[in-house]
Design a protein around this ligand. Structure first.
Ligand SMILES: NC(=O)C1=CN([C@@H]2O[C@H](COP(=O)(O)OP(=O)(O)OC[C@H]3O[C@@H](n4cnc5c(N)ncnc54)[C@H](O)[C@@H]3O)[C@@H](O)[C@H]2O)C=CC1
Ligand SMILES: CC(=O)C(C)=O
Length: 259
């Protein structure tokens, strides 16, 4: 149990990749603060964490709002008695051509995917420093943070930005004993991809499932990624085996994008 009795906060932990990370880190021995917009889903995940023998607490917060992210970090520390790891996982997709993007949808995704990660980095680092301890900051980027994909232009831009924030903050916080890394999944079978596929079908006239199958067909290992595949890598980033790693955003996608 590499992170036994540590406290980990995971945003967007009500479903999908965030849920899998919450359960994996609980299995690794951590107590878990679950942060999301969906209260019902959060309660379900909290029960799953408790069933693994770890403590869980939930906190409803919109990661786009700085005050709410800081409040979530304070809540985790108060309820679970410490604060060691944050996973800035919450994110939203946007599927639109560059020609058709509207200011409101651009503002919205920039706020959630970039500011949400920025406030998470800032709030966690401030808490680690206040507690005079080391800490781990981990954020969700994507293969779309290494390559721009058609109809995913603004989404890709936000995921490139996560890598930039990871690189800059890793250098700024290194002397405080804080490491900052990101994970870059490929095509993960969650609700996000159901939505991506549906919107791509609307825009391109393809059948439902066609774009998803096309993306999955390009994966060298021959299958879509599971949330647990992603969580296994986040477990490494959260644990002591990655102590000498900072400022990195490795791709874990079954062989789809090569950098
Ligand atoms: N599904 C995929 O293929 C890939 C996903 N990613 C990234 O992984 C992360 C998780 O993705 P999925 O689990 O697939 O997504 P999902 O859509 O299944 O789950 C996202 C979760 O985040 C929560 N959330 C959304 N906006 C929020 C906000 N403003 N504040 C707090 N919580 C919020 C939702 O309520 C939901 O529980 C995202 O950052 C996504 O961009 C990266 C690469 C591939
Ligand atoms: C959702 C996402 O990041 C990709 C690349 O599928």
């Amino acid at each position: 149990m590499s992170i036994n009795n540590k406290v980990a906060l995971i945003t967007g932990a009500g479903q999908g990749i965030g849920r899998a990370i919450a359960l994996r880190l609980a299995n690794d021995g951590a107590d878990i603060a679950i942060v999301d917009l969906n209260e019902k889903n959060m309660q379900t995940v909290a029960d799953e964490v408790r069933a693994l023998g770890r403590k869980a607490t939930t906190f409803k917060a919109n990661v786009a709002k700085r005050d709410e992210v800081y409040a979530a970090v304070d809540h985790a520390e108060k309820e679970l008695g410490g604060f060691d790891i944050i996973v800035n996982n919450a994110g939203i997709a946007n599927i639109q051509s560059i020609a058709e993007l509207k200011p409101e949808e651009v503002d919205n995704i920039l706020k959630v995917n970039i500011e949400g990660v920025l406030w998470g980095i800032q709030a966690a680092a401030a808490k680690f420093k206040q507690r005079k301890q080391k800490g781990k900051i981990i954020s969700a980027s994507s293969i779309a943070g290494h390559e721009g994909f058609p109809l995913l232009g603004i989404y890709s831009a936000t995921k490139f930005a996560v890598r930039a924030l990871t690189q800059a903050s890793a250098q700024e916080y290194a002397s405080d004993g804080i490491t900052v890394n990101a994970y870059c999944p490929g095509v993960v079978g969650t609700d996000m991809w159901v939505e991506i596929d549906k919107r791509m079908a609307e825009i391109t006239g393809a059948k439902i499932g066609e774009n998803y199958d096309k993306f999955v067909g390009g994966i060298a290992l021959g299958r879509a990624q599971t949330p647990e595949d992603v969580a296994a890598f986040v477990s490494y980033l959260a644990g002591p085996d990655s102590d000498y790693m900072t400022g990195q955003a490795p791709i874990i996608d079954g062989g789809l994008v090569y950098r």
